[in-house]
Ligand binder design. Structure first.
Ligand SMILES: Nc1ncnc2c1ncn2[C@@H]1O[C@H](COP(=O)(O)OP(=O)(O)OP(=O)(O)O)[C@@H](O)[C@H]1O
Length: 697
């Protein structure tokens, strides 16, 4: 069959399938708006169906795989799309949902005539693949057809042509789904079983965030009976990042997933009894002034996030548990005695896994009930005596210690076991703040942990937790999240090479993986970078130089672009002129939809943005509390650009004073934000990090 006739056949099929989809959309009928509960529930199902069909109407499918089961005579074409579509009369599957077991063949197949198999609910199904075809449908029309494998043709391996085409496109201000080009190594992460803590170390641009979002969509499909979207949560570094990724899940037909930051969530758990101390802006402290390695190592966040500190908190909590048992007997009326040994029996039969304050209040209620029953048994009627006994009861119960999380945390900070670990000033500052309900970010994990151990979780447990940029999380943060699940079901992703918040985060994945039993833990590495051209990835790898953390360098997909430019400006004025000229050139070029100028500090970004504005350019300056990323031309401090990507990136102050020896990771983050074009500008000596990179190239 010629390529042309294949195209015509496929174009015809697209039209036919679209007719079915539109018929089914029409059949849904008008919305029910009445009060009948059953009808309302049915309407919800119709809404979901309509949403799925609308997604299918935009792009009915993107792939075809011809698979011949060993038991069958001929191959069967299977069309894969974002949502399954069945023929309305025959129920034949016109399109198979990308998450269905058989669709895994489309992603996992890497070429060759050897038998392949997929896992179905009835066991492994074996067979051979005859064709793998990528199809691009836009606005109801087939636009592109690429056969990445045809059995019997000379080249037996699957080609990347379609992937390269997708990667070469320019990007707007939102991350998008990758269902049509999910790669084998990504697919196996997406389809990992639910009850695991899955850790993903992935180089910049390897698709970690994207993969995690697709995994959520997969889990909802695969475990539809036992998992609910509104009990799944995504933790992202900030609101702007959440806005950036907000388009992917709806496009995959998934809604209602809780999306938050750890800080917001923690403050919510603490019932908003505390606020972040605005006087100490963490970003400003760590990124706007030069800091030494020693300062990073001794940062209070490292200690307060450590397992050692968590153990100290556990000890404190254990001591409080011991205090549940009163030392003295309770004697509300002469001769009416409740002995500690009886209370000890009650405590022994109580559910020990319950939070402390629940147990404490239960013991207090039980003492009260004991008093009432004694009163009845002894047939006492004297009301004065009763009032006296009740007063004694209150006084006795008050002695069973009762705490708020903040009170217990303050006493933990003063604990003789903790004192030597913690810098005196940092401790004083924390206590002073806590007394005014103000906290530092590093206080949140211990506080929430204590809160949950004291009072328990107010909401239902999470069915699944996603943590993005997890290299910036402390073990203690993860421990606090573990308390929100009955069984660990997490996707934890990050990149140690981008660990620019080393003052709070981890230095090795073992710090986090060690928190889960080995049999419940999965660890994956993604080394291929899909975002940037080969030239950019090679350059960024060299910036990182010898740094290791046991992580392999990024391997670019074979997508070649322009060389990375490094340019010297004679003075600061010339540097700003060059920023304006470069941006205008790139805008005139017309191939870049998103352009970013990255600066080392917020202050330098302000100067750049002012200059661009004075030249009449429309620019948005990103600041630390930003809620949305608008796309277009953006000026952003390098440390706030983490997680984002832009068609073209200009690093505007790549000099030695701005990027010192401790800034390799920060510069790596900055370089790897670029998809197609990267330029570095400096005035004064070029940063050594780049000099070394240029010399090596
Ligand atoms: N299989 C794929 N097909 C097409 N594009 C892909 C694929 N995998 C990743 N990408 C693209 O690569 C880019 C990077 O993806 P993503 O932001 O998820 O990576 P990341 O590993 O989280 O990056 P970083 O750590 O640098 O923030 C995105 O534009 C994404 O669409």
């Amino acid at each position: 069959m010629t390529v042309q006739s294949a195209f015509q056949d496929e174009a015809g099929r697209v039209e036919t399938v679209l007719l079915h989809i539109r018929n089914q959309l029409r059949a849904i009928g008008p919305r029910y708006t009445g009060d009948d509960f059953t009808e309302q529930m049915l309407q919800l199902q119709r809404d979901e169906r309509q949403q799925r069909l609308e997604i299918s109407e935009r792009e009915p499918y993107f792939g075809r795989i011809d698979f011949q089961e060993t038991s069958q005579e001929t191959p069967k074409p299977l069309y894969i799309g974002k949502a399954g579509v069945a023929h309305e009369k025959t129920t034949e599957l016109l399109v198979i949902d990308w998450r269905a077991p058989v669709a895994s063949l489309f992603y996992a197949f890497s070429g060759g005539e050897a038998p392949v198999s997929y896992e179905s609910p009835d066991g492994d199904i074996e067979g051979t693949v005859h064709l793998k075809r990528n199809l691009m449908v836009r606005e109801g029309k087939l636009e592109r057809l690429v056969d990445s494998y045809v059995r019997g043709q000379e080249d037996e391996s699957v080609t990347d042509e379609f992937l390269l085409y997708r990667l070469g496109e320019s990007k707007d201000n939102k991350l998008r789904d990758i269902v049509s080009t999910i790669q084998q190594e990504q697919d196996s992460i997406i389809r990992t079983e639910k009850n695991k803590a899955v850790f993903i170390q992935g180089v910049a641009g390897s698709g970690k965030t994207t993969v995690a979002l697709h995994r959520l969509a997969y889990l909802i499909y695969r475990y539809s009976g036992s998992i609910r979207a509104d009990r799944m949560v995504i933790f992202a570094p900030n609101r702007m990042f959440l806005d950036y990724i907000s388009g992917v899940l709806p496009e995959l037909g998934v809604g209602d997933i809780v999306q938050t930051t750890y800080t917001e969530w923690a403050i919510e758990q603490l019932q908003k009894t505390v606020r972040l101390d605005e006087n100490r802006d963490t970003m400003d402290y760590w990124f706007e002034h030069p800091r030494t390695r020693a300062e990073v190592e001794q940062a209070p966040g490292r200690l307060k996030g450590s397992l050692l500190f968590k153990q100290a908190a556990d000890q404190k909590l254990a001591q409080t548990e011991e205090a549940l048992l009163p030392q003295l007997p309770f004697e509300p009326v002469d001769g009416m005695i409740l002995r500690p040994s009886t209370i000890a029996e009650w405590i022994a039969t109580d559910d020990r896994s319950e939070p402390y304050m629940k147990r404490r209040n239960r013991i207090a209620s039980r003492i009260k009930r004991w008093l009432e029953s004694e009163w009845k048994t002894r047939r006492l009627t004297d009301s004065k005596l009763k009032a006296k006994a009740n007063a004694k009861l209150n006084a006795y119960c008050k002695k069973i210690p009762s705490f708020t999380a903040a009170q217990l945390y303050i006493s933990l900070l003063a604990d003789p076991g903790v004192l030597p670990m913690l810098n005196k000033d940092a401790r004083k500052e924390s206590v002073k703040g806590l007394k005014q309900n103000l906290v530092q970010p590093e206080d949140l994990a211990p506080l929430v942990y204590i809160q949950l151990r004291l009072f328990g979780l107010e909401q239902p447990t999470f069915d699944h937790v996603v943590i993005d940029e997890a290299q910036d999380y402390s073990p203690f943060q993860l421990e606090s999240l573990k308390l929100c699940q009955r069984q660990a079901s997490m996707t934890v992703l990050g990149d140690l090479q981008q660990g620019i918040h080393a003052y709070a985060g981890i230095h090795s994945w073992k710090e986090l993986t060690g928190l889960f039993p080995a049999e419940d833990t999965g660890y994956f590495e993604l080394d291929r970078s899909y975002r940037s051209t080969m030239e950019i990835i090679d350059f960024a790898n060299r910036v990182l130089g010898g740094m290791g953390d046991g992580v392999k360098p990024a391997t670019p997909v074979f997508r070649s672009g322009e060389a990375v430019d490094v340019e010297l400006a004679a003075d600061d004025e010339k540097r700003l002129e060059e920023v304006v000229r470069t941006v205008k050139d790139w805008q005139n070029d017309g191939s870049y939809r998103t352009i970013a100028v990255l600066g080392r500090t917020a202050r330098s970004c302000q100067d750049i943005a002012d200059r661009l504005l004075s030249e009449g350019l429309q620019v948005s300056l990103v600041q630390s509390k930003q809620e949305a990323y608008k796309g277009g031309l953006t000026v952003v401090p390098a440390y706030l650009a983490k997680g984002l990507e832009f068609d073209a990136v200009l690093i505007a102050d790549a000099d030695q004073a701005s990027f010192g020896p401790n800034d390799a990771k920060l510069l790596y983050v900055a370089c790897t934000r670029a998809l197609h074009k990267l330029k570095l500008l400096h005035c004064g000596a070029l940063t050594n990090l780049v000099q070394e990179a240029v010399v090596m190239s």
